[in-house]
Design a protein around this ligand. Structure first.
Ligand SMILES: Cc1cc2nc3c(=O)[nH]c(=O)nc-3n(C[C@H](O)[C@H](O)[C@H](O)COP(=O)(O)OP(=O)(O)OC[C@H]3O[C@@H](n4cnc5c(N)ncnc54)[C@H](O)[C@@H]3O)c2cc1C
Length: 432
């Protein structure tokens, strides 16, 4: 039996490789290049639409732990990430173009994968489907899902994305290269003196924003636009995206710092870290050029608002991410209400593994508790009350009381990784 996967994005690709590497034929449907969402731009699969960072690699961070777990689960995207990484201190950042090119090449040459460049608008009952159409899922498919599966339970919210400038338009005399708390030179730190910060802040607060409707005011806290953060008070940015902590310029801590991170291997593009915004384009240029190093900056991409569609997974899906009312339909990726590149990708691996097991042995296994990936799946399928998107976090991993935070994180990391290893072994013994 062939499995139909809708969307060759991060979750779709992980699901496809997981199944195809276990000898199962998959049809991978991708609507690009016939149709692009408002954010997708390239023809390749596994397109990284925004920041090129896949998060921290530090084991004391949730993202670092999830990466370790995904390695245990043979994540293909992490393999591609290691081939395409650019320097970014403790973060795993990739050259987006190379990343997508390699993923496309690998998909095209896999004997069990059939990449079909078509937009899917409906699902039949005869096939197994994995709906991995992402947060910008095509409207017609959403319409079909609403009528047949979601039945009025779909939700939307909006995210804001950060601008990117051309590296050769930055004034490097107005800052320095360096990373927080380390000797690496992966970030360019644009320095602002107190009066420069005050002026920037005053103009940011006054700047014209894109108007949005009442129901769109549902921001995801980790992705708040910079101007929304600024509205919380003059000091807020100094503890957020403009924090100077851990950095020294000419022997002392600067008043405020805006960090620029390489967006591609060549280092010709630099992203403004934490500068998601919904200011109108003209205002972005005006206000962000008040940062001294960016006075003459040329913008390769301006920040914007985007919709983010996700379903009410606790009501609609069981713990296998399978539609309760349609057992031949599974969901993976951001549309399930997980948030972020890796959280999206790992659900693709999980669904792929379970479908492979189901086809071979007729059963599926629940994800492990006390892990990042299992925590995500359990959360999105069992959350009571108001359901909002969630990303990996240490709240998913329960350990005995430890006073010291770092020691606690290390312990949680160890527990999570061991649990995923044990789960993988259990899976393989059931699969054999
Ligand atoms: C603008 C934006 C910025 C984001 N920024 C970040 C960020 O900086 N960091 C982060 O961690 N996460 C970010 N995210 C969130 C999320 O991690 C990414 O969207 C991630 O790509 C989700 O993976 P996915 O596989 O679920 O969907 P996607 O990677 O979007 O893949 C879905 C694929 O399905 C295709 N498709 C859709 N409908 C159909 C159809 N009917 N038929 C066929 N194909 C279809 C699309 O063309 C697309 O290729 C961002 C999301 C958006 C929209």
């Amino acid at each position: 039996m062939k499995i139909n996967i809708i969307g060759a994005g991060l979750a779709g690709i992980e699901a496809a490789f997981t199944l195809a590497n276990r000898g199962i034929k998959v049809n991978l449907f991708e609507m690009k290049p016939k149709k692009f969402s408002e954010v997708h731009k390239s023809e390749g699969v596994a397109e990284i639409v925004c920041s090129n960072s896949l998060g921290s690699t530090k084991i004391t961070t949730a993202s670092g732990v999830l990466k370790k777990e995904m390695k245990v689960l043979d994540s293909v995207l992490l393999k591609i990430a290691s081939l395409t990484k650019v320097e970014a201190g403790n973060a795993l950042a990739v050259d987006r173009k190379m990343f997508s090119e390699i993923a496309t090449k690998w998909v095209e040459k896999h004997p069990n994968m059939n990449l079909i460049r078509e937009r899917v608008t409906k699902l039949n009952d005869e096939n197994i489907w994995i709906v991995a159409c992402g947060p910008l899922c095509d409207d017609e498919l959403i319409g079909f899902l609403k009528e047949n599966i979601i039945k009025g339970n779909s939700l939307h919210f909006f995210d804001a994305i950060a601008p990117i400038v051309y590296a050769d338009s930055v004034d490097y005399s107005k800052g320095f290269w360096g990373s927080r708390y380390s000797d690496s030179r992966d970030y360019f730190n644009c320095v602002l003196a107190k009066e420069e910060y005050n002026r920037f802040y005053d103009e940011l607060i006054k700047a014209e924003k894109v108007e949005f409707k009442e129901f769109e005011k549902n921001y995801y806290e980790a992705c708040l636009p910079i101007e929304e953060l600024a509205e919380r008070g003059k000091q807020t940015l100094l503890f957020g995206p403009l924090k100077p902590v851990g950095l020294k310029f000419k022997g002392k801590a600067p008043f405020a710092v805006v960090q620029l991170r390489k967006e591609n291997r060549e280092g010709t593009l630099l992203g403004l870290v934490g500068f998601q915004t919904k200011l109108i384009y003209k205002e972005q240029k005006r206000v962000f050029r008040l940062i001294p190093a960016l006075r003459d900056a040329e913008f390769a991409k301006l920040g914007s608002l985007h919709r983010n569609t996700f379903i009410d997974s606790p009501k609609l899906l069981n713990v296998f991410l399978q539609a309760k009312d349609k057992p031949n339909v599974f969901f993976a990726g951001q549309i399930t209400g997980v948030e972020g590149y890796l959280a999206s990708a790992v659900t693709g691996i999980y669904v792929g593994m379970n479908i492979a097991l189901f086809l071979k042995k007729g059963n599926m296994i629940e994800p492990p508790k006390n892990t990042m990936f299992g925590g995500l799946v359990h959360y999105i399928t069992s959350k009571e009350g108001n359901f909002q998107p969630i990303s990996e976090n240490f709240g998913f991993i329960d350990v005995d009381k430890v006073r010291n935070k770092k020691t606690k994180r290390l312990k949680q990391a160890q527990v999570a990784i061991n649990n995923v290893k044990a789960w993988r072994e259990q899976y393989e013994s059931e699969f054999d």
